[in-house]
Design a protein around this ligand. Structure first.
Ligand code: FAD
Length: 290
């Protein structure tokens, strides 16, 4: 089922998870147990990254998404990027998704790897979306896009980024998933500006629970999310006690989600970091609020 249909059918906020494939040296089996535990929490769907953080893209995304859909019975979304694919390769990848029963993709420009020059057939996600939509054999596949509460790091301004976001929606993105953020005010600002720009598809809020100080440093370097004082104080207090930091991170994420739900968010997308323990704790706190 298309993710957009899940939003239409649901009067509650749609809860989804994101997982990433293992490095090429370990097999898909190395994360199957974690994926199964996450699927047991019954999110509406689970998305699987593709070449994220500059990792070499391979068939793992497809295979993990197929496992989620066919073995766990949970809707799956496979990410696909411009930087890893020529037009011809997009067709091959899309055919293989379709053959495995995967009905949803997240179309992205992709993270550029310093070790691998990007493919150049598609410069931006909207071009990839338009290309897929021109191929009617993929009409049954739902397409989502990414959005950025603080603006994308390369954008001149949030307004310029939102005008580009509109191109993605005009090309056929039926849902948007946001980059992680630690201050909900940024998300509300994006939502308001998107509405003004005529963007009327559901927007899911991307929430990343902190599990370690190094993880936060890495993510913030990559996506440029600002860290509110409240968050910095929490990390500073617990950074030398890893277990306490995980609990504090769970509480912080649950607090963000509670506020988002109270403010009518369409969906909550948890960047699980393949950690079922953390996802389980958060779902335990917020499931009755959805
Ligand atoms: P685009 O929409 O192309 O935007 C990139 C920049 O170009 C922005 O500054 C935008 O304002 C500008 N722009 C957009 N369209 C145009 C246009 N037509 N003309 C001029 N300028 C334009 N990366 C991975 O490699 N693999 C993943 O699996 C992955 N998953 C992600 C999941 C989520 C939910 C999010 C939020 C990000 C993910 N990323 C992933 C990271 C993403 O690839 C990067 O943030 C990337 O830099 C931008 O991707 P995009 O699709 O938003 O690009």
């Amino acid at each position: 089922m298309k993710i957009s249909e899940l939003f239409r059918q649901n009067d509650k906020a749609v809860l989804s998870f994101e997982v990433f494939p293992p490095k090429k040296t370990s097999g898909v089996e190395s994360i199957t147990a974690a994926v199964d535990e996450l699927a047991a929490l019954k999110p509406a769907y689970i998305s699987v990254t593709y070449g994220a953080g500059g990792n070499t893209a391979n068939t793992f995304t497809r295979d993990i998404a197929a496992h989620i859909k066919n073995d766990c019975g949970i809707e799956a979304m496979a990410h696909i990027t411009c930087v890893n694919n020529s037009k011809e390769e997009v067709i091959t990848v899309m055919d293989s998704f379709k053959e495995k029963g995967i009905e949803n993709i997240l179309a992205l420009r992709g993270d550029i790897s310093p070790d691998k020059p990007p493919k150049t057939d598609f410069k931006h996600a909207n071009e990839l979306i338009a290309f897929i939509r021109e191929h009617h054999e993929y009409d049954s596949i739902g397409i989502s896009g990414a959005c950025y509460p603080e603006g994308h790091t390369e954008a001149e301004s949030l307004t310029a980024d939102i005008l580009n976001l509109r191109k993605k929606v005009d090309a056929g993105a039926e849902e948007l998933i946001s980059q992680l953020f630690f201050d909900n005010a940024f998300f509300y600002d994006l939502r308001e500006k998107a509405t003004i720009a005529g963007i009327n598809v559901p927007i899911s809020a991307g929430i990343m629970p902190v599990t370690s100080k190094s993880q936060i440093e890495r993510m913030v370097t990559m996506c440029g999310a600002s860290l509110p004082q409240k968050f910095v104080r929490m990390v500073t207090k617990y950074e030398s006690r890893p277990e306490a930091l995980i609990d504090a991170g769970i509480a912080y994420a649950a607090d963000q989600i509670t506020d988002l739900l109270a403010n009518g968010v369409d969906g909550v997308h948890i960047y699980t970091m393949n950690n079922p323990y953390v996802a389980k704790k958060i779902v335990g706190i917020v499931e009755k609020l959805l």
